[in-house]
Design a protein around this ligand. Structure first.
Ligand code: MN
Length: 505
């Protein structure tokens, strides 16, 4: 997996809050308790990002200084605040007002249980987050600060899961600030939903999107040595089943060598430019022998974002969801709603693309195959073919509505095809959308959702909620509880709110 920019150094700062009123001994105890929680979370939580305990905050100056340091610190990707005791929140105003890093408010308590027989006022005065955190929440609400609120004992598995989900969203956000998407060719001609305002996207999300000439990519492809090609072919033969015609001595072996050269060139272009994602389009393949298939699939498996037909928004989203799901079970891929099974009550969506489906979805060892492609006018492309593993997943998209961006998520259940798809020449996934097909597809279409998505079994709706909050964009979720009338109301509300807010930059 192409590691997130900044991951090696990334830190979350754990910030306990209190005040001077309690005296030094209590404040020392608060600091020790904060250390205990940080050590415990680091040990038990499997956090994707290192958690660093900061000094107990007791005054406005120190809080403002901490927030300035968080903003300036390249390594700090977010703050986790916890008010162990009461911490009068007027002293948090200056710091929080200027904070530009993601904020999580962990509403917890050192001890899980009330010590019934020994509890006295000293205990009560030390364990005050029940009202201290309400004071903190009030000032965040009043200042309009987007944040995650996590509630429960810090050793509870659900709490730890929520914290790790949020940490992963913060890491994806951090990566996105320096994200770079390379575009080979422009948008597929006349398509609306894959277009968008790249300047507005950079102002909102941080990632940059720039076009490169196919000649520059072709030059990279041509520099691939025979030795490199041979080594990559050996990797292909070790990792996948190879169709007979592509094996050594097979009639189409040359196409496999071409595909390997394309992968080597594309990879070297992306690595040398520090890119985190890319797009291509079958309408601009000048100098390429075939539309990149296996190359795109394997680069996606290594953590690069990808969008076909010039779809840079989906490329950026695939990259973010790769980071949010890294190390968790299940694949993450660029996807397209392709064909329906419309048997009433048993509707299914068959998702695939011309070639570019990520093999991390595969339920079995993929096969390398070669088949004609009806469009593009190039030689037959080599691709990995497989069927996706079953399981719960989320299908998400990023939409440009002209005056704002919208994230859209639909929870789906991936299922095994009822019969083998023997003639289907591409990687494919079959799913049932939540809550049911008419509601899911109706809501998606009402919300202006695209046909391109990121399908992920490894990242969740909860992470997308966290990510949307951090990014300051709206999220429309279609899940088991969705009713169309609620979606229509949410969309009307969103449109009204947007008309009142400042125009985007
Ligand atoms: Mn497409």
């Amino acid at each position: 997996m192409k590691a997130p920019n900044n991951q090696a150094k990334a830190e979350l700062w754990f910030v306990p809050g209190s005040q001077h009123l309690y005296g030094d001994e209590v404040l020392r105890q608060v600091a020790r308790n904060a250390e205990t929680i940080v050590a415990g979370l680091s040990r038990e939580c499997g956090l994707s990002v290192r958690l660093v305990c900061k000094p107990v905050m007791t005054g406005a100056e120190a809080i403002a200084e901490l927030c300035r340091a968080a903003n300036a610190g390249e390594q700090c990707i977010g703050l986790v605040c916890w008010m162990h005791t009461f911490s009068p929140a007027k002293m948090w105003i200056a710091g929080l007002s200027g904070l530009r890093k993601p904020l999580a408010h962990l509403h917890t308590q050192l001890e899980r249980e009330i010590p019934w027989s020994s509890i006295d006022m000293d205990y009560m005065n030390l364990h005050q987050s029940a009202h201290g955190d309400r004071e903190f929440g009030h000032i965040c609400a009043r200042l309009g600060i987007g944040r995650k609120v996590i509630v429960g004992h810090w050793r509870d598995a659900r709490v730890q899961r929520e914290l790790d989900d949020w940490a992963r969203a913060a890491l994806a956000w951090s990566d996105m600030q320096t994200g770079r998407i390379a575009r080979f060719g422009d948008n597929m001609r006349d398509v609306a939903v894959t277009e968008g305002d790249k300047v507005a996207a950079q102002a909102r999300f941080g990632f940059s999107v720039n076009g490169y000439g196919m000649g520059d990519l072709v030059a990279c492809i041509e520099t691939a040595s025979q030795q490199q090609v041979d080594a990559l072919i050996a990797t292909y033969e070790a990792d996948y089943e190879v169709a007979p015609s592509l094996r050594k001595g097979g009639a189409r072996r040359g196409a496999l060598l071409d595909a390997a050269r394309i992968e080597l060139g594309l990879r070297s272009f992306l690595e040398s430019g520090g890119f985190t994602g890319f797009t291509d389009t079958f309408e601009n393949l000048n100098g390429l022998a075939q539309l990149p298939g296996i190359a795109v699939q394997r680069l996606m498996a290594d953590g690069y974002g990808f969008g076909a037909e010039g779809d840079w928004k989906t490329a950026a989203l695939v990259r973010a969801m790769k980071i949010m799901g890294a190390g968790r079970a299940g694949g993450v891929s660029f996807m397209e709603d392709y064909t329906y099974h419309l048997e009433p009550g048993r509707e299914m969506v068959l998702g695939a693309h011309m070639l570019e489906v990520c093999p991390t979805l595969a339920s079995h060892k993929p096969t390398i195959e070669i088949h004609p492609l009806a469009i593009g006018g190039k030689a037959d492309p080599v691709r990995l073919r497989f069927e996706a593993a079953p399981g719960p997943a989320v299908n998400a998209a990023l939409v440009d509505l002209g005056d704002r961006f919208r994230l859209l998520a639909n929870e789906v259940e991936l299922i095994a095809p009822p019969k083998p798809l023997e003639k289907l020449p591409v990687g494919a996934a079959l799913w049932r959308p939540q809550p049911d097909f008419p509601t899911a597809a109706g809501a998606w279409i009402l919300a202006g959702g695209p046909h391109h998505t990121c399908l992920s079994l490894a990242s969740s709706t909860a992470q997308l909620e966290d990510f949307a909050e951090i990014a300051g964009v709206e999220l429309i979720t279609i899940d088991a509880g969705t009713r169309l009338r609620d979606i229509r109301a949410a969309l009307r509300m969103s449109r009204a709110a947007s008309s009142l807010s400042e125009r985007r930059r």
